[in-house]
Design a protein. Structure first.
Length: 259
């Protein structure tokens, strides 16, 4: 099977990156996206803490970032984009999304989690870090929109590979990343929990062999079951409801699949 694609948002130069067909192209009425700076630090960290407290799953299935993480990404380690909604006479922060732009020498470069040790390739990696949206704005496709936006930003900034991570417990984020053309390529223990490592080459179109040969593994199965598929050269490409339980669909890579 082949992932379908569509054009993503125009960047500052008017260019486009091909993105997955499930990605929304526009923001809902009343929302705007603006790059944040260090002056937004307090509002950003407060929102992140609020989203952790409000998570219906406790502990929350997404990483509780330290304040230093946000300070670094607001200044030198990447970009943070705020999702602002019109609240009468002013705008209030309704969500955020983070793109990491690690250096080749950064020990936290996610490329290392993929086994990449060549500095030239590590320098081309971008992280799709955390995204959070207030509950009353969920269900509008905003996470997919923000994933597509960050991929376009990464491409514009010269990055060739985007890497993200998601807990098997966080099926919502995992599904959104898969719908945006990232594929599960590893399962590792990071940040004190198991995390799927998802990857996509830019601006490439991910391809997979015929899905008649796909294998499904229950999402919350033992890690060994997922490892067998990954070690056999398969990649996770979609979630499927089987008997009321989510399973991860593993397909064989296409010949031109990345990395």
């Amino acid at each position: 099977m082949m992932a379908t694609m569509s054009q993503g948002p125009a960047n500052a130069d008017g260019g486009y990156a091909p993105l997955h067909g499930a990605w929304p192209r526009t923001l809902p009425h009343g929302l705007v996206l603006r790059k944040m700076d260090i002056g937004d630090f307090d509002r950003l960290t407060a929102l992140h803490a609020e989203l952790h407290q409000q998570s219906p799953q406790q502990p929350a299935p997404f990483v509780r970032e330290k304040d230093a993480f946000f300070a670094e990404h607001l200044t030198s380690a990447g970009e943070v984009w705020g999702l602002w909604e019109n609240a009468g006479l002013r705008y209030q922060l309704a969500g955020y999304t983070v793109i990491g732009l690690p250096t080749a020498s950064d020990p936290e470069n996610f490329g290392r989690d993929l086994g990449i040790d060549d500095e030239a390739h590590l320098a081309l990696v971008a992280h799709l870090d955390g995204t959070g949206v207030l509950p009353h704005r969920r269900g509008l496709g905003l996470q997919r929109y923000l994933t597509g936006y960050r991929m376009e930003r990464a491409r514009t900034l010269g990055r060739k590979t985007v890497v993200s991570m998601a807990s098997p417990q966080n099926s919502f984020s995992l599904s959104n990343l898969l719908q945006c053309g990232l594929t599960v390529q590893r399962l590792i223990r990071k940040y004190d929990a198991l995390r799927f490592v998802l990857v996509r080459a830019l601006p490439g179109q991910p391809t997979y062999q015929d899905d008649r040969h796909a294998v499904t593994v229950p999402l919350l199965a033992n890690a060994e079951e997922h490892e067998r598929c990954l070690q056999a050269g398969r990649v996770g490409v979609a979630l499927r409801d089987i008997g009321g339980h989510l399973s991860l669909v593993y397909a064989n890579r296409g010949k031109d699949a990345a990395p």
